[in-house]
Ligand binder design. Sequence first.
Ligand SMILES: Nc1ncnc2c1ncn2[C@@H]1O[C@H](COP(=O)(O)OP(=O)(O)O)[C@@H](O)[C@H]1O
Ligand SMILES: Cc1cn([C@H]2C[C@H](O)[C@@H](COP(=O)(O)O)O2)c(=O)[nH]c1=O
Ligand SMILES: [Zn+2]
Length: 200
Amino acid sequence: MFIEPSRKKEILYPRTGWIELICGSMFSGKTEELIRRLNRARIARQQVEIFKPALDKRYHSEDIVSHNENSIRSTPVQTASEILLLAGNCDVVGMDEAQFFDNSIIDVCNTLANAGKRVIIAGLDMDFQGQPFGCMPQLMAVAEYVTKVHAICMVCGEVASHSFRLSPQQERVLLGETDSYEARCRRCFNLGEKARNLPV
Ligand SMILES: Nc1ncnc2c1ncn2[C@@H]1O[C@H](COP(=O)(O)OP(=O)(O)O)[C@@H](O)[C@H]1O
Ligand SMILES: Cc1cn([C@H]2C[C@H](O)[C@@H](COP(=O)(O)O)O2)c(=O)[nH]c1=O
Ligand SMILES: [Zn+2]
């Protein structure tokens, strides 16, 4: 779907950059798709830099790791602005878990794309309550390309778009895997929420 940009026309026209956003629920394949695109860019001999929020230490402090254990080396950053300092002269910038960045990530992505870079971002579109997650709606608005990927509902086997939290904690940020979350379709997500709210 996405082609690795040719550098041949650069003398006539300076390269344009753009933003690609990969979004969806947990287990929908966002990280796999991000890794796939970044690996292809490397095969095309493009200089690639990859970042993730430092708070995401689930599998590894530096690697980006998918649920099926694909991985790629990344630089953990505390703030989005660090990405501008570290991206340097690269052609392609990748970011995972974008929902954990604050809204300054939008300016950062625009600045990188305006400087001619291909920016590929992956993140959760909705939180455990089915609400748009942080900076993600704005990133969807400014991205040239938005890809929504889907998981399989762990209750009924339908296409899943929601991340159902299995524990009662209410804080928005709660790192976890299959121990704390499962992918669910809209119907099974709503049924689960209803059951949670029934008096005991
Ligand atoms: N309910 C599910 N639906 C689809 N894939 C699942 C599910 N649970 C586990 N997986 C695994 O998760 C992988 C996707 O992982 P990953 O790319 O890390 O997803 P994401 O970044 O969207 O959370 C799938 O290839 C599959 O092996
Ligand atoms: C829904 C939801 C998720 N999280 C956390 C749980 C995981 O650590 C990440 C999502 O990882 P993935 O690569 O998309 O599987 O986010 C959270 O903190 N709050 C939520 O509402
Ligand atoms: Zn379902």
